[in-house]
Design a protein around this ligand. Structure first.
Ligand SMILES: CC(C)(COP(=O)(O)OP(=O)(O)OC[C@H]1O[C@@H](n2cnc3c(N)ncnc32)[C@H](O)[C@@H]1OP(=O)(O)O)[C@@H](O)C(=O)NCCC(=O)NCCS
Length: 337
């Protein structure tokens, strides 16, 4: 059976897109650039010290044929990008000088390359913190029309095919928004549903999770989930979404039939939306450790163009995988127009 990642790699290879890796001074980024290029997954731009990048490639026997290297000591569009950033944020008190300083940071320069269309997406986070990667995505690349919340999802691949689509489920948000209100939670549901369509190619079935199913308990936290479900449904009436549902009612047909009879989602969910970051983060780690699932993420979502974060402990192969995910998301957006 084709795994999730094998299918993502195959799709990426069919139309490799341009991805910038702004943390080129890190050896893992150089290795990932060489691997992704050799495998035909993406057209890579590396930002960093040219000398250091060449040195890493030589020491590791990596070919950088086909990789564009932009030296951060002489960034070609520095002034233009700084002006653009200044215009974007001058009403927040940003000065041209500070904008220039920020643009010298390869992370923010790379994000501006995405904004300006010099590349299609960025992948960073091997060196930068999640917070900084999010800020570059929010402030520079911007958010999708109709979405006000940057969030993230995990692809959870279970070792058995019982749940989700052949054992694959998406969990959100497990990485970005600590305490979403109802409107942010609705955004998280809608963007994760869209991420499912992009990467899985099928229709999402979205469960809005809670400690209650269909009024079995009363609490303001449940009201939040109900309101988020209503808002998401209002924004996207054709989306298969239901809540509030407990985890068992969302996943197990018999429990779903009993606790939420007539629900189009109960027992069939493939996308699980958690009420807050505590629940989401704890759930993904428990699923990983107790159920032996492979967790891929957190993958950022909600940006106008794809931006991806990495764990600082990532390996070159993780960077390659996340790059391939970004390429597939770009392809989807381009096809959708
Ligand atoms: C996303 C994150 C960086 C925002 O940080 P913050 O300190 O709340 O935001 P800032 O004060 O830097 O604000 C930056 C801007 O982004 C906006 N913003 C913050 N979070 C946002 C979100 N999730 N979606 C959209 N916009 C957001 C703010 O409104 C602000 O807008 P403005 O500057 O135009 O007024 C923060 O929530 C974060 O670090 N999350 C990651 C949590 C984490 O560490 N996860 C790893 C373990 S799982």
């Amino acid at each position: 059976m084709t795994t999730f990642m094998e299918s993502v790699h195959a799709k990426a290879k069919s139309d490799p897109r341009r991805v910038v890796l702004p943390e080129g001074d890190d050896e893992r980024m150089v290795e990932a650039a060489a691997l992704a290029t050799a495998q035909g997954l993406a057209r890579i731009t590396l930002l960093g010290s040219s000398a250091k990048i060449q040195e890493t490639a030589k020491a590791r026997g990596l070919s950088l044929d086909g990789v564009e290297v932009v030296d951060t000591a002489s960034l070609p569009a520095l002034e233009e990008y700084a002006k653009e950033f200044y215009e974007l944020r001058k009403n927040k008190g940003l000065t041209l000088d500070t904008a220039l300083g920020t643009m010298r940071d390869p992370l923010f320069y790379g994000a501006m390359m995405v904004r300006k269309g010099a590349v299609d997406a960025f992948v960073a986070g091997a060196v930068n913190s999640t917070g900084n990667v999010c800020r570059a995505g929010i402030q520079i690349v911007g958010l999708q029309d109709g979405i006000k919340t940057l969030s993230s999802f995990f692809v959870m691949n279970l070792p058995h095919p019982t749940f989700g689509q052949a054992g694959t489920l998406f969990y959100a948000d497990c990485g970005v928004v600590p305490n979403p209100d109802a409107s942010q939670l609705a955004d998280i549901a809608i963007t994760t549903a869209e991420s499912w369509r992009m990467l899985m190619g099928t229709e999402p079935v979205v469960a809005m999770l809670s400690f209650s199913t269909k009024g079995s308990a009363k609490h303001p936290d449940i009201d939040k989930v109900l309101e988020a479900t209503r808002l998401a449904h209002e924004k996207e009436p054709s989306l298969l979404i239901d809540g509030e549902l407990q985890g068992d009612a969302a996943l197990i047909a018999k429990v779903g039939e009993k606790k939420a009879p007539g629900s189009p989602v109960a027992g069939k969910a493939n996308v699980l939306i958690f009420p807050d970051l505590d629940a989401g983060n704890i759930a993904y780690k428990l699923t990983e450790r107790l159920a032996g699932a492979e967790a891929l993420g957190p993958i950022l979502q909600g940006n106008k163009k794809p931006c991806c974060d990495l764990s600082r402990g990532c390996k070159a192969s993780d960077i390659v995988n996340v790059t391939a995910v970004n390429v597939v998301r770009i392809q989807y957006r381009m096809q959708a127009g």
